[in-house]
Design a binder for this molecule. Structure first.
Ligand SMILES: *[C@@H]1O[C@H](CO)[C@@H](O)[C@H](O)[C@H]1NC(C)=O
Ligand SMILES: *[C@@H]1O[C@H](CO)[C@@H](O)[C@H](O)[C@H]1NC(C)=O
Length: 732
């Protein structure tokens, strides 16, 4: 390089550094840095009144949470998940554990065996951590092993073999191997050729078989179904309908090939690709929107201590990735609005099971009654989030540390995010109308904190949000998007379908030769509420119609709230009814407000849909935790997975409904609330080839928990505090 060109090069490098300056050192893993360089002819944002010198904008002043270095990470909190090093240690301990020395099992799950609740509750920052233990699920020679490994003594301290029904979820390695098993089977290959699909265009998926009686007992089985990926990435829209291969997971043996789809064409690839790059932009039907985002020139208002303790506004909670649940929120504590003291609200919350029954009894469809948490794992299927689209700018991303089947740890990066949301909503407001003679206009913007994960369980994507509000409310929101599970059909238009055939159709024609089959989604949340401590009660506040006595009032009827404290579990099995309404409170009778009301939180149902399946249908029996929308159980560390710990082919004996039948006392006890968010889904054409997100949510809302509106003193937005953005000259 000549000296002049070298100098020019050096100049360009320096210029690059200067242009990037002020942004590169707070570039987080996900979002783009906030650009403060207003010298260029491009859109720019500054804070009008609080312009900071570039040198002030360090990680420190912005409190941007730092990403974890997994190689050196050590636990800081009793609930912190196992670190990479700890998982390696678990593997070492198990390799020299006699039952496994000759043949090492397939490791399906390794996660922290949480210390007892009383131990965690009495732990304080600065105290030594309670002993670290791992809970391991390992599979060997047809047996599901449940082990506890003590990392301090390097001992296996508990080893049980599952005696009940069910198996752990398959490992990704199992799934991939099983999906390939039919490819060498002559009968299968002949069928595929007969359907006009090349073997090289096949994508096969491993589906959980549910449980339907003796035929599949005593061995792990999978149902393999295949699609054509010719000409599309969206193979889900090109089913080879009516072809199901039942495979033994352990031997890879083909147990049965069911083929009922001869003559059903494979739907074409036309219009199935959903990628931006594949769209014909010339056909734009809509005027594009101008760029939009929320800006936080001073950085976010939350912090994440040691990677797991989130502090924001009046909230503090522990957050961790989990292979099965996605994320777990623990020890959610809110500050009292009068004293500033921390008060406990929830000890632990997470999605416990997700039941997705399809409504088609035919051979290729009847078994599609998935339990996605126990059969696939919401954390294991949470892929890296897409910055700026899945989570906004300024989001903080969280990784999971999970295990491969040989027990080695791996990092599932950016699988959850934390961010502040301002969506133009209002926290509270009031205006006076002219007749009062006062001109009052008071309004407060609503800013919330969101923890988000998105599980891609095969075709479907489940967005699970925990949204914390400054008024004490927690909103739990589930969004469904991704692809429908569709059924091939000979029909291209509904006009071709005769009356009898229309009656036999189990869904909507959503494209030529494609039926979107009717189905449900039920997501059951585990909510260990601890309102001001562990002694809580569940109170049904029933709304009842009262009739007045003759002559008492011009009114004939009014509505009255009547409180009914649930004594045992059966009192707290709730089916929601529109004409028999109630509120559902979790209260602490030992902790009263200034006015003597017990402090509490209520679960505010939303997204209500109930399963209409017969209770003796094997699918519903396995998923009997959806027989009610609300349940309350006494706290029991081993009752956390509503559909049972071993869910694959489970028969339903280890389930929330069975535990609740014991009818244990629940008044003034440490209790767990379970709420099921439900969706009925009758597909429509807009769901093809990918579904616009469908949302439902429910709330945990304070009732007589605070002495008064806890955000009375919240400040309004004023122009001078807000970031100032100007459009670029070009776009103006
Ligand atoms: C909870 O209630 C029990 C009685 O049911 C009582 O013995 C115990 O002390 C209470 N615990 C707390 C923390 O108030
Ligand atoms: C705790 O749960 C396990 C599993 O359901 C059960 O065997 C045990 O009896 C329960 N303990 C109590 C006290 O209910």
């Amino acid at each position: 390089m000549e000296i002049t060109s070298f100098l020019r090069f050096l100049f360009l490098v320096l210029l690059g550094v200067i242009l990037l300056g002020g942004s590169w050192f707070f570039d987080n893993k996900g979002g783009e840095p906030v650009g403060l360089d207003c010298s260029l002819n491009k859109p720019c944002c500054t804070s009008k009144n609080r312009i900071q010198a570039k040198s002030d904008l360090t990680l420190d002043t912005l409190k941007q949470p730092k990403p974890i270095d997994h190689l050196t990470e050590t636990p800081h909190h009793p609930l912190d998940p196992l670190t990479l090093q700890e998982i390696n240690k678990v593997r070492t301990i198990l390799s020299s554990y006699p039952p496994f020395t000759t043949s090492f099992p397939a490791i399906h799950f390794v996660s922290l065996d949480e210390p007892d609740k009383s131990v965690v509750r009495s732990w304080n920052k600065g105290l030594p951590l309670p002993p670290r233990k791992a809970s391991v699920i390992a599979y060997l020679n047809g047996q599901s092993n449940l082990l506890t490994v003590d990392l301090e003594s390097s001992q296996v301290t508990r080893h049980d073999i599952n005696q009940g029904s069910g198996y752990p979820s398959l490992t990704f390695a199992d799934m991939a191997a099983v999906a390939k098993a039919p490819l060498t089977n002559p009968e299968f290959m002949e069928i595929i050729a007969g359907r006009g699909v090349r073997l090289s265009d096949l994508t096969c998926v491993s589906l959980s078989p549910g449980w339907y009686g003796e035929r599949e007992e005593g061995r792990r089985v999978v149902k393999v179904q295949c699609f054509s990926n010719e000409g599309t990435v969206n193979f889900f829209m090109r089913p080879i309908e009516g072809l199901t291969v039942t495979v033994d997971v352990d031997t890879r043996e083909i147990l049965r090939i069911s083929h009922t789809g001869a003559g059903i064409p494979i739907p074409t690839a036309t219009d199935t690709d959903y990628r931006y790059s594949a769209q014909n932009k010339a056909e734009e039907m809509m005027k594009p929107l101008n760029p939009i985002s929320i800006e936080q020139p001073n950085g976010p208002s939350f912090s994440v201590e040691n990677g797991h303790v989130v502090k924001w506004a009046n909230w503090e909670f522990h957050l961790k990735a989990d292979p099965r649940a996605g994320v777990i929120i623990s020890q959610a504590v809110v500050q009292d609005s009068e004293t500033g003291q921390p008060r406990s609200v929830m000890y632990k919350g997470f999605p416990s099971e997700l039941f997705v029954p399809y409504m088609d009894p035919s051979d290729a469809w009847y078994f599609k009654t998935y339990m996605d948490v126990g059969e696939y794992g919401l954390g294991l299927t949470s892929m890296p989030l897409v910055p700026l689209n899945d989570c906004p700018r300024n989001a903080h991303y969280i990784d999971g540390v999970f295990v491969t089947p040989d027990g080695k740890p791996y990092v599932q990066s950016n699988m959850a995010c934390v961010f502040e949301r301002y969506a133009g909503d209002i926290s509270w407001r009031h205006s006076e109308t002219p007749f009062s003679g006062m001109e009052i206009r008071e309004a407060r913007p609503k800013v919330t904190l969101v923890v988000r994960t998105i599980a891609s369980v095969g075709n479907y994507d489940y967005i699970v949000d925990w949204e914390f509000q400054t008024d004490g409310l927690i909103r739990i929101k589930v969004g469904l998007t991704g692809m429908l599970m569709v059924k091939g059909t000979p029909f291209q238009n509904i006009n071709q379908v005769g009356e009898a055939e229309r009656n036999a159709m189990t869904g909507t024609l959503v494209s030529e030769n494609v039926i979107g089959v009717v189905h449900d989604h039920f997501i059951t949340f585990y909510l260990d509420m601890d309102i001001d401590g562990t002694n809580n009660s569940f109170v049904k506040v029933n709304l009842e119609n009262e009739l007045t006595s003759p002559g008492e009032s011009p009114r004939k009827s009014y509505m009255k709230a009547k409180r009914d404290v649930a004594q045992t579990e059966k009192d707290a099995q709730v089916k929601l009814k529109l004409y028999d309404p109630a509120e559902f409170h979790v209260v602490n009778h030992g902790k009263r407000s200034r006015l003597g009301n017990p402090t509490g939180y209520k679960v505010v149902p939303g997204g209500t849909a109930a399963s209409l399946l017969d209770h003796t249908d094997p699918a519903q029996f396995r998923a009997s935790f959806t027989n009610n929308q609300i349940w309350v159980t006494p706290y029991n560390k081993s009752e956390q997975w509503a559909g049972g710990l071993f869910t694959w082919q489970s028969q339903g004996e280890d389930s929330l409904a069975m535990w609740s039948e014991r009818d244990r006392p629940i008044d003034n006890k440490d209790i767990v609330l379970w709420y099921t968010l439900g969706f009925h889904h009758i597909p429509c054409q807009e769901d093809f080839p990918i579904m616009p997100t469908v949302l439902a949510s429910f709330d945990l809302k304070p009732v007589n928990f605070f002495e008064k509106n806890p955000i009375l003193r919240a400040s309004p937005n004023v122009e001078k505090d807000l970031p100032f953005c100007r459009a670029s000259v070009a776009s103006a």
